[in-house]
Design a protein around this ligand. Structure first.
Ligand code: SF4
Length: 608
């Protein structure tokens, strides 16, 4: 077997010990890597029913089979743990050099357990694993932490993944950052690290990665790299995903003012095009990526002068239109603070939007908000709130809990406009106008997520009537989840998927040439289904109930107020119909549980 190392590094922070577990090729082939492998390792190593912020929670990190090879856009890693935000599976992806370093250090995955007695960082120095004091780093922002660790080790090749202050303060939507600007953003992995007193994992990986058929793999990689310069990726290369703003606004799908509107009147001012012409500094890429979707922007004048960050569509939507904010300098400053403190920008922005609506409705007053006037559009208040959230000070302590818990605490009907599912805040597409996508959000194992289900694609491409909720969407949603699971386990960046003529055929060819292991297109599809069932199994184990697959009351009780889909509804009966259809397509029971024979069919009989 090539590419894979067949080794998992187990780290026990409490005992300050590490050991290596050897994985068989058949096991790796079954779970592929990335999300699949990380989820399986989490199930095997985390304590069922554990407190997400307790010592018994495990963090599993896995790279894909192609990490460290020449295959473009194949160098990412997945992180899985029980989420402190949702209580269900937390899984999050990040990319770039850290992922490759772990493979080059000789590992396919890491599993971290226990809790260090004091702030600690782990240094994986090829075959050695060292536990180092991080007392001096505690309280430092993420960018500074990366640099301080590299300076301490004295080697600029060392790659650092770390948490900021928000993770230390156990904000349940804190993220983990690496390579100055890449994040495992969603579901609160940063808080899990913080609960373990784990500030960072530094990796020095300098060993070569072998591949089974070097010449052929090189040829195929060059060809894919060339295709990645074509039309399929033009949007990502030119404006990045922020190019979505005007398209979604035109379609009446841009969630605005906490989903009270789906059109932002001043969308031009926050468009990708405007960002490009007024704020763009450069585009940067993850390691081995010919697309370079990341837009680094800088504020050049005014009160936020010097703010600099990379911005994507989701960040822009959440900290901008969702909060009614159309000041790009204000959005850039807010995004920079999120990155420095280590906060998930989507959950941060949507939680601030919920607070703004509470304020405008008189549910929160200035005596609750530390005197801040939380009107929609007030970017200064948003910037002030981010610091309070990260430090859990004043109103920030309430908002640090996310929309679900904060609204349960505040009550007064604010639960109805807490825009979350399973506790995870909604991404930036209006579900009332995208019915298949709405189903994907409701049944998503990690909560409301546009990345673990690609169900918006048939809606947006017109392959189905996006305004209609009907039977048949269950199969489409299930297949889109399976596809996403294979991408997230092979660890191909999703932005390159349009460059494949036949993704399953070509991806398995890459896999074969890299690893030497045969995997058919059908086998890859089945692995996707297996991984989705594995994640669902984790949720069931942690207490999932049918009612958890649902959407916020606003989506189900209020028609779309404006835009081209004005008046469109998604009522509870329609959502129920699609969810039941989805359970049937998955081969699950009417209650959404996985029958033992279904687990056995997917080779997961040991879990039944
Ligand atoms: S397309 Fe963007 S996210 Fe994907 S690998 Fe390239 S730079 Fe990273």
């Amino acid at each position: 077997m090539d590419a894979y190392t067949g080794r998992v590094l187990h780290v026990d922070l409490g005992r300050r010990k590490s050991q290596v577990e050897v994985l068989e090729p058949a096991f790796l082939q079954k779970y592929l890597g990335g999300v699949g492998l990380a989820t399986r390792l989490l199930i095997d190593n985390g304590e069922p029913g554990c407190d997400p912020l307790g010592e018994e929670n495990a963090v599993a990190i896995a790279v894909g089979a192609l990490a460290g090879t020449m295959v473009p856009c194949g160098g990412k890693h997945a992180m899985a743990a029980k989420s402190p935000l949702t209580g269900f599976i937390g899984d999050s992806l990040s990319g770039s050099y850290w992922s490759n370093a772990l493979r080059r250090a000789g590992y396919d995955a890491m599993v971290i357990k226990g809790k260090a007695a004091n702030p600690t960082y782990v240094f994986v120095d090829n075959e050695y694993t060292l536990f180092r004091d991080a007392e001096a780093l505690w309280g430092q922002e993420s960018f500074a932490t990366e640099e301080a660790i590299r300076a301490e080790i004295g080697d600029s090749r060392v790659r650092v993944s770390c948490i900021g202050v928000a993770g230390e303060k156990l904000v349940p939507y804190a993220c983990v950052s690496n390579d100055r600007g890449r994040q495992a953003g969603r579901t609160g992995m940063g808080a899990v690290w913080g609960s373990k007193n784990l500030k960072a994992i530094a990796v020095r990986g300098t060993q070569p990665v072998s591949v089974a058929e070097l010449e052929e793999l090189n040829k195929l990689s060059l060809d894919l790299g060339e295709r990645a310069q074509g039309l399929a990726t033009a949007k990502y290369r030119v404006t990045g995903t922020v190019g979505n703003v005007l398209t979604l606004n035109r379609l009446g799908l841009l969630p605005t003012r906490n989903f009270q509107n789906s059109v932002l009147e001043s969308a031009e001012q926050v468009s990708g095009e405007y960002l490009q012409s007024h704020f763009k500094e450069k585009a940067v890429a993850c390691s081995g990526c010919p697309i370079a979707c990341e837009q680094v922007v800088r504020v050049r004048e005014g009160s936020y002068e010097g703010a600099r960050v990379s911005v994507d569509y989701e960040t822009l939507y959440a900290l901008g239109p969702c909060c009614g904010i159309d000041s790009l300098p204000g959005i850039i400053k807010a995004a920079e603070l999120c990155d420095r403190y280590g906060l998930d920008t989507i959950s941060t922005g949507v939680t601030i939007a919920w607070a703004m609506e509470c304020y405008e409705k008189g549910i929160l007053t200035e005596s609750d908000t530390d005197g801040l006037e939380l009107n929609f559009g007030n970017h200064e208040a948003s910037v002030a709130l981010i610091e309070r959230i990260a430090l859990r000070e004043g109103i920030g302590d309430l908002l640090a809990q996310g929309t679900k818990r904060a609204s349960e605490k505040v009550g007064q009907g604010s639960e109805k406009f807490a825009m979350q599912s399973k506790g995870l805040e909604l991404p930036g597409y209006e579900p009332r106008g995208l019915k298949t996508y709405a189903l994907g959000l409701a049944v998503g194992t990690r909560g409301a997520c546009h990345n673990r289900s690609l169900a918006y694609e048939p809606d947006m491409k017109g392959q189905v009537d996006r305004l209609k909720a009907e039977k048949g969407r269950g199969q489409i949603a299930a297949e889109s989840e399976d596809l996403a699971a294979t991408l997230d386990s092979m660890m191909f960046c999703k932005f390159i998927r349009g460059c494949f003529e036949d993704y399953h055929e070509e991806a398995t060819e890459f896999y074969r040439l890299a690893t030497g292991l045969d995997l058919s297109a059908e086998g890859l599809k089945e692995a996707g289904e297996r991984i989705c069932n594995l994640k669902k199994h984790f949720n069931v184990r942690e207490g999932w109930e049918k009612k958890d697959d649902w959407l916020p009351a606003r989506i189900l009780e209020e028609p779309l107020p404006d835009g081209s889909g004005q008046g469109t509804t998604l009522v509870a009966e329609e959502l129920r119909l699609m969810i039941d259809d989805y359970y049937e397509a998955r081969g699950w029971t009417e209650d959404g549980l996985i029958p033992a024979e279904q687990l056995a069919k997917l080779g997961l009989e040991d879990l039944s």
